[in-house]
Design a protein around this ligand. Structure first.
Ligand code: AMP
Ligand code: MG
Length: 325
């Protein structure tokens, strides 16, 4: 049985021995391993079933670790770090020779983040080095936001899961590429392009239907077993019923996830608890997607939050959850 606990020293011992630890962060639970151990890093890829060309983020206690992992740290990086670290912001810099090829897939850049969760901070401070910590789920599936989700996803493949409670933010970190002449937003998150723009006036934002710019940002991702159908943020009961009707007629089990109650919809639609406005929606999104599977739903109709603030990142995750290749 995989152990679930709260002992920081035990987690650090597992990591020093090359093991894998389910690590709570404020975004989602990570699958942590020593970033300086090629064999530990390879175990992460195997446990997740993740293709080796999808690079990993190196998590550090604070900005003093930058000089170990990165070279040519631009002023823009210092400004972002002063403002948002520790926090849900990952920055891409040119890598130092200390970074293993296994971590970056051979790229000349490294992604770095200092997570804010007190348990992640305690582990990083005591461990001393860097930790890779991609989301602790099987590749392409829904990210875990509670300790039990990590065990459900990875079982015996993870040596120890630290239980830090439900994740405060609930979706993955914002990623900004600062390794080139123009800063680029690679992944939307709780920290928005608008907020970043205050410090990075020339920030380039790929988005909407633009091709995935970061390796590993696939059109299909974060997917539950249930088919996800995303409506407009202003959809009401009529649109929900219209989307549900053909599935109900075909005998499928249909559920609804929306920011607030939408009534009345067809009686045989299973109503998940409303997800609330954007930040709340982000926090509960992945739990609700898991719940759809636990309820055996074939189809989940989703009304997203308005596309402002965290709502932009929620829309991005839902688009990928809905994508069928
Ligand atoms: P996660 O799966 O949340 O750990 O995030 C990892 C993602 O960060 C990858 O899928 C890439 O999109 C991005 N990333 C990490 N390292 C690099 C890198 N060296 N170059 C480009 N993107 C990176
Ligand atoms: Mg992931």
């Amino acid at each position: 049985m995989t152990r679930i606990g709260t002992d920081i020293d035990e987690a650090v011992a597992v990591l020093r021995a090359g093991g894998l630890v389910g690590l709570p962060t404020e975004t989602v639970y990570g699958l942590a391993a020593d970033a300086s151990s090629a064999s530990a890093v390879r175990r992460v890829f195997v446990a997740k079933g993740r293709p080796v060309d999808h690079p990993l983020i190196v998590h550090v206690a604070d900005a003093t670790a930058l000089e170990r992992w990165a070279v040519e740290v631009p002023d823009s990086a210092t400004a972002l770090i002063d403002r948002w670290w520790p926090g849900p912001l990952t920055i891409l810099l040119r890598r130092s020779s200390a970074v293993l090829d296994d971590v970056t897939g051979g790229r000349d850049t490294v992604a770095l983040r200092s997570p804010a969760h007190p348990m992640a901070q305690a582990v990083l401070s005591s461990f001393g080095g860097g930790l890779v910590a991609p989301s602790a789920n099987r590749f392409g599936r829904v990210s875990p936001t509670r300790a039990e989700h990590v065990v459900d996803e990875l079982g015996e493949a993870v040596d120890l899961v630290l239980d830090g409670g439900p994740c405060r933010i609930g979706i993955e970190s914002t990623i900004v590429d600062l390794s080139g002449p123009i800063p680029r937003l690679l992944r939307a998150g709780h920290i928005t392009a608008d907020q970043l723009g205050g410090l990075l006036p020339d920030l380039e934002v790929a988005g909407g239907d633009a091709p995935a710019v970061a390796p590993g940002m696939l059109a299909s991702h974060y997917a539950p077993n249930a088919r996800v159908v995303v409506l407009h943020a202003d959809a009401g009961a009529a649109q929900v019923d219209a989307a549900a009707r053909p599935h109900l007629a075909a005998g499928r089990r249909v559920g609804l996830l929306s920011p607030g109650p939408i009534a009345p919809v067809a009686a045989d639609i299973v109503l998940l608890d409303p997800a609330g406005p954007a930040d709340d929606y982000a926090r509960v999104l992945y739990s609700r997607l898991r719940q759809a599977d636990e309820l055996g739903l074939d189809v989940l109709i989703v009304v997203p939050p308005p596309a402002v603030g965290s709502g932009i990142a929620v829309a991005d995750r839902l688009r990928r959850a809905a994508h069928r290749s």
